[in-house]
Design a protein around this ligand. Structure first.
Ligand SMILES: Nc1ncnc2c1ncn2[C@@H]1O[C@H](COP(=O)(O)OP(=O)(O)OP(=O)(O)O)[C@@H](O)[C@H]1O
Length: 394
């Protein structure tokens, strides 16, 4: 239970305060100190949601208590109480960091309002602190999730390209087979760009039915079709001042392609059912595992859209073409997965790694990660060549 400290040398006053406040604030425990020194010792030992302190007290006065307590715990909230004679001191205490002061004789309503406001402020600060910590740890997790591991010349080339083009607003088409790391490249481009503080919005074009894609990308107004029960912002608007990542663009219908082309030409979007258009400042990244030349030849993809999307093209080759990355990827995934499982670090024997290097990885890095996870769960520590033979069917 959170605690409130009352520091007051007159027992009659502290008693009355405690009984009134505890009636109103049932979720708090009250602690009483009879002078500033005792109050300081309690603050040293314990955490208080609020300190209500008199100013004139023996041993350590309220002003000194405030100063010393704030040095010890800068986030602590104080409400001071003062007689008429020391009103100036009370005002000074506000300058020194107290939240409020109340003059004696105490007006109970004024006291309750002040105490409740002070506690609200304290709660907001605590919540803010928690959110900031959560945000930091989420950012770290996201960063970890999108770290690109590898030392092959192919990966180095990709990283060089990312470094060169990240800062420009050039559209980038990322190509390569499933599971090779295209999404990772898109995240690296966003996080190394000037837009990194803005949003990165991902759209899996293959997963959205063609009749819904327009509303997904550009939004709609209420009543524009059955089911449009309220206005909805589209992904392009949500990505304003940031990046939109159109994954599996090769699977987008021709109708949707025409609409995306218009946005790229005009930098404006019109929500479905609206005759107004909204200007958007969005960098467009796209990815596909399809051979776009073949798609264009078969009239499944618009050539004009392809040229607009692929100002820069980054090709992520399959893992089988960069086998020198396998060892370092296994070690990386072993570490990450052991951490995720909350286990001791599992290592891989040299023979196990060599056998894994000799396999063909049609599912690329995604498949390798799954296999490492399977071996960590089912195999011994260190994972042996025998474990690989037993648990990986190739
Ligand atoms: N270089 C790398 N280092 C570490 N992890 C990687 C690397 N490349 C890919 N991965 C991991 O492999 C998995 C697949 O990668 P990703 O989703 O980027 O592939 P993709 O090419 O976008 O696949 P798809 O086309 O199927 O969407 C993810 O878990 C990703 O974190």
């Amino acid at each position: 239970m959170p605690k409130i400290l009352i520091v007051e040398d007159e027992k009659a006053i502290s008693g009355v305060l405690e009984s009134i406040l505890s009636d109103e604030l049932k979720d708090y425990e009250f602690v009483i100190a009879e002078d500033g020194l005792e109050g300081y010792k309690l603050i040293e030992k314990d955490d208080f949601a609020l300190v209500i302190s008199d100013i004139k007290m023996p041993k350590l006065n309220g002003t000194e208590l405030l100063k010393q307590a704030l040095q010890l715990k800068p986030e602590i909230t104080f409400v001071m109480m003062s007689g008429h004679a020391d009103i100036d001191t009370a005002i000074d205490s506000l300058k020194n960091g107290a939240y409020d002061f109340i003059s004696k004789p105490i007006d109970i309503n004024r006291l309750l309002t002040s105490v409740k406001n002070a506690l609200d402020k304290e709660k907001l600060l605590a919540e803010n602190q928690t959110l900031q910590t959560e945000n930091k740890s989420l950012k770290k997790k996201v960063h970890k999730r999108f770290t690109m591991i590898g030392e092959s010349p192919a990966l180095k080339k990709i990283q060089d390209m990312i470094e060169k083009v990240a800062e420009s607003d050039a559209r980038v088409l990322i190509t390569g087979p499933n599971g090779a790391g295209k999404e990772l490249v898109a995240h690296a481009l966003h996080s190394q760009s000037n837009r990194s503080k803005g949003p990165m919005i991902e759209v899996n074009c293959a997963a959205i039915p063609s009749e819904l894609i327009e509303s997904e990308l550009f939004g709609h107004v209420k009543g524009s079709f059955t089911g449009a029960i309220k206005d909805k912002q589209g992904k392009f608007e949500l990505a304003n001042n940031g990046t939109i990542f159109l994954d599996e663009i090769g699977d987008m219908s021709l109708i949707a392609q025409a609409k995306v082309l218009r946005v790229l030409q005009e930098s404006k979007v019109s929500p479905v059912g609206s005759d107004k258009s909204v200007r958007v400042d969005v960098r467009v990244l796209a990815a596909t595992n399809k051979n776009m030349k073949e798609e264009i030849a078969a009239s499944r993809f618009r050539e004009d859209l392809y040229h607009r999307l692929s100002v820069i093209e980054i090709y992520v080759p399959p893992l089988d073409e960069r086998k020198e990355d396998i060892r370092i990827l296994i070690e990386h995934f072993a570490k990450v997965i052991s951490e995720e499982h909350g286990n001791a670090m599992v290592s891989f024997s040299d023979e196990a790694i060599k056998d894994l290097e000799n396999f063909s990885w049609t599912g690329n890095i995604r498949e390798l990660r799954n296999v490492v996870e399977r071996l960590i769960i089912l195999g011994s520590n260190p994972v042996s060549a025998e474990d690989v033979a037993n648990f990986v069917r190739k």
